[in-house]
Design a binder for this molecule. Structure first.
Ligand SMILES: [Zn+2]
Length: 185
């Protein structure tokens, strides 16, 4: 019997300078608290995942390929990206085993979020078997969004160190990949 657990990781947007509602003091405290530890992750793929770009998703395959390279350099294997002309899982609230699906946001998606990744795992072994990345129409234009979401697809949690790729707030993140290299066990 297979039990799946869904993790929904909401990625908070770059509010820009105009609508910043962030309590800076709290954020700074959070950063100090997390400085002494490494990014954490939950689960690992049991197979090499294939990345699919669902029909109608406003992102180019070269953009996705570049994002994949960031993780490939960190030791993660992926196949693709593949742009199918039709895939039923793209048009339903569904996942595809062995796949990382990139699709335009669904209806339940909060508009203030840039993107959302659902990662599917077996609860006993923590093996990741699928991931679905939903993005806003404007999100691909922002740098790092796809890279960050692929990180969630590989099980990484948020890590709120300034300029880190997995920072929960896009505006405070960056290209720092400290602690993200795949560990060979
Ligand atoms: Zn995130």
């Amino acid at each position: 019997m297979l039990y799946l657990l869904t993790f929904v990781l909401l990625c908070f947007p770059a509010f820009g300078n105009e609508t910043t509602t962030i309590d800076i003091a709290e954020v700074e405290l959070l950063e100090v608290a997390s400085l002494s530890r490494k990014p954490s992750f939950d689960g690992a793929w049991g197979q090499v995942p294939t990345v699919y770009i669902c029909p109608g998703t406003p992102i180019t395959s070269s953009r996705v390929r570049n994002a994949m390279r960031v993780w490939q350099r960190l030791g993660y294997d992926m196949i693709g990206p593949i742009q199918p002309t039709y895939m039923p899982e793209c048009f339903a609230n569904a996942y595809k085993r062995g796949a990382i699906l990139i699709k335009l946001r669904g209806q339940s998606f909060n508009e203030t979020n840039l993107a959302m990744t659902q990662t599917y795992r077996f609860t006993d072994t923590r093996e990741i078997i699928a991931a679905v990345i939903q993005i806003q129409a404007f999100a691909p234009e922002k740098e790092r969004v796809i890279e960050h979401e692929i990180g969630h697809a590989f099980g990484w949690h948020h890590f709120n160190r300034r300029y880190h790729l997995m920072h929960s707030m896009h505006v405070r993140g960056g290209w720092d990949t400290y602690g993200l290299r795949r560990r060979n066990e």
